[in-house]
Every structure is written in C-alpha cells, then in structure tokens.
Design a protein around this ligand. Structure first.
Ligand SMILES: Cc1cc2nc3c(=O)[nH]c(=O)nc-3n(C[C@H](O)[C@H](O)[C@H](O)COP(=O)(O)OP(=O)(O)OC[C@H]3O[C@@H](n4cnc5c(N)ncnc54)[C@H](O)[C@@H]3O)c2cc1C
Length: 201
C-alpha cells in the first residue's frame, strides 16, 4: 500500500469513484481511493438510480450531459458492460403557474446548450403516462434523455477504469483521522495499517 500519494479520495460511493475516475482522466494517476468497507456499500447501491438531463442551471445541465455520454460509453464497453436504460424519457409535473414558467425558462436555457426538453399540456402528459391523473395539472416538462442505471455497477466500472489508468483502490480500510500540516499536505490515518500523506487532498 502506498505511503505517499498526490490525492487520497475517501469513500467508494459514486462521489468517490467518479472523482477518482475523473482525476485519472485529467492525467492525475498517482491517486488512491480508500473505502472502509466494499465499494458502493454506502447509500449509492440503493439509490433511486434515475439518470436525468434536467437541471436548473447551465452547470447542472452540462454536468448531466457529460454523465449521460459517459454512462452510454461505459454501458457499451464490451469488457465490462453495465445496465443502463437510456432515453426512456420522463415527465416533471407542474400544478402551479410558477412551475410551468420555470419549466419554460429551463427549456429555453437548455436549448441554447443543444439539450431539448418538451413542454407538455395536461392531455399530452396523460397520453405519455396513462397512470397520471390530470386533476389540477397544468402541464409538464418532458426530458427525453431520462433513464436509469445500476449504481453499483456504475461505481465498479468507474473504479475499474481508474485502476486501469494507474489509480489504486484500498477496500476494507477505514480512515480514522485527518490532520493538515502547515505546508498544506495532509496526513490521514487508517485503521490498523498506519498512515498516508497526501499533498493535494
Ligand atoms: C446513478 C445514480 C442515480 C441516482 N439517482 C438518485 C435519484 O433518483 N434520487 C435521489 O434522491 N438520489 C439519487 N442518487 C443519489 C444517491 O441516493 C446518493 O445520494 C449518492 O449515491 C451518495 O453517494 P456518495 O458517494 O456521496 O455516498 P455513499 O454512497 O454513501 O458513499 C460513501 C462511502 O464512504 C465510505 N466511508 C464513510 N466513512 C468512511 C471512512 N471513515 N473511511 C473510509 N470510507 C468511508 C462509506 O462506506 C461509503 O461507501 C443517485 C445516485 C446514483 C449513483
């Protein structure tokens, strides 16, 4: 196990695995992930697992577009395919004029980024999803890129690619303390096995 590394990512849920993967994509390969249990043993494995393109800011729409492209690529990897139901579509419902106004605003903003949402009237909402009741419904926003993915497989796929790029993953290794030094390096202590120093945590 390394005793010095550029970055230590603590926790092997989606946040940690995605961070580790994206660091390697930026060329940071002297990086490790430390997980106290097994990868995706936290809240990630039982998440609702919805993957949407919807966001209320350009940053969120951009991040989600990036995720959708990445997940499509991971799902299509013949060496480690994962379950991703892409593009099933989903509706966000509105029962106040303010919600509808917001949806029109978000649709217009996203269109400028090349992302298309559709504004639906109540009848079209019911046509696309027959279980919807239209009482007091003013309309909805259709996100055609909506889908779902297996979050546990997703973490494993990201960790696998990070490992292939040079990162290391230590499972069953709880971090028990963090200390920042004056030179901005960090020391973290893990149970039983000692400690690591990371300058960039
Ligand atoms: C594909 C996907 C779809 C999602 N869809 C939805 C959705 O539709 N709606 C919704 O509300 N949310 C959704 N989520 C979010 C989800 O519910 C969780 O909020 C999210 O997965 C949390 O991820 P995390 O990495 O922050 O935490 P966790 O998965 O909990 O990971 C934290 C990890 O840190 C480890 N850890 C903790 N302490 C230590 C320590 N001291 N030392 C070492 N390791 C430690 C834990 O064991 C754990 O594995 C989705 C997530 C994904 C991945």
């Amino acid at each position: 196990m390394k005793t010095r590394t550029r970055v230590v990512v603590i926790g092997g849920g989606i946040a940690g695995c995605s961070t580790l993967y994206h660091l390697t994509q930026e060329g940071w390969t002297d990086v490790v992930l430390v997980e106290r249990n097994e990868l995706t043993s936290g809240t990630t494995w039982h998440s609702a697992a919805q993957v949407t393109n919807f966001g209320m800011t350009q940053t969120m729409v951009g991040l989600k577009s990036h995720s959708i492209k990445l997940y499509q690529e991971l799902a299509a990897d013949p060496d480690y395919p994962i379950n991703y139901h892409h593009g099933d579509g989903g509706i966000r419902l509105a029962n106040t004029p303010e919600q509808m106004q917001g949806y029109r605003h978000f649709a217009s903003m996203a269109r400028g980024m090349g992302v298309e949402y559709e504004i639906l009237d109540p009848a079209e909402c019911a046509r696309r999803h027959p279980l919807i009741t239209t009482d007091r419904l003013l309309g909805g926003l259709w996100d055609g890129m909506d889908g779902d993915i297996d979050p546990a497989q997703l973490c494993q796929a990201l960790a696998r690619r990070a490992r292939n790029a040079g990162a290391e993953v230590y499972r069953n290794t709880p971090v028990t303390a963090l200390t920042q030094h004056k030179d901005n390096t960090w020391r973290y202590c893990r149970k039983v096995l000692g400690s690591l120093v990371s300058p960039n945590m």
